[in-house]
Design a protein around this ligand. Structure first.
Ligand SMILES: [Zn+2]
Length: 201
């Protein structure tokens, strides 16, 4: 069965954007929102499921305490919800963008998750992705999505669709340029403008 909303990516993430040179890491936020499909790279909570302001953080994969120079290195930045970012803290962990694929983490109907490989198991443990609260939240969310799919199609499309405020990355001018300019064509807004963005994902 397809568990809508909690399907991890099919394959390890390959960065499509490469903005450079912003002095503060929060300026990378529009790029990261698009890069990671407007959801937390760890638990898959989506912007569309609640308030956006204050709920999503720019996370440093290699913590600042270990590599202070990585503060504004785009490839070291992840898009994560506040809860996961706090749980991660200054832990050194396997890269979730590489490890958390559909092959490595299974989400069950009861809201629990299971890691397959060693790295996925470790990530689940460090992030506490199987704790009671996360599981209850997942179970409730799965039921809401399931009910919406059957009885409230507009709500279903809202819950599993892209946000309306897709960032216009083509208009942004990172101070140090963009090492992956071709990624703009693959941004959600560009796909939307070409009519290629799916209604749900
Ligand atoms: Zn999260």
């Amino acid at each position: 069965m397809m568990r809508s909303g909690f399907t991890y990516p099919d394959s390890p993430h390959r960065r499509r954007h490469g903005p450079l040179g912003y002095a503060d890491y929060d300026s990378y936020r529009p790029w990261l929102r698009d890069e990671f499909d407007f959801r937390c790279v760890f638990c898959l909570i989506r912007e569309q499921w609640g308030r956006v302001s204050g709920e999503f953080d720019v996370d440093h994969y290699i913590p600042l305490s270990i590599q202070p120079g990585g503060a504004t290195d785009y490839d070291n930045l992840l898009y994560a919800c506040r809860a996961c970012n706090a749980a991660k803290g200054s832990h050194l962990i396997p890269d979730p963008a590489v490890v958390l694929t559909a092959r490595e983490i299974v989400v069950y109907d009861d809201g629990t998750v299971e890691g397959i490989g060693e790295d996925a198991i470790r990530l689940i443990r460090v992030l506490d992705l199987n704790d009671v609260e996360y599981c209850r939240w997942r179970r409730t969310r799965l039921r809401i999505i399931d009910l919406a799919e059957r009885y409230d199609r507009p709500l279903f499309n809202q819950l599993l669709g892209f946000p309306e405020d897709l960032p216009d990355l083509a208009r942004l001018r990172p101070p140090g340029g963009n090492s992956r300019p071709d990624g703009i064509r693959e941004s959600s807004l560009a796909k939307h403008e070409r009519g290629e963005l799916p209604p749900t994902y």
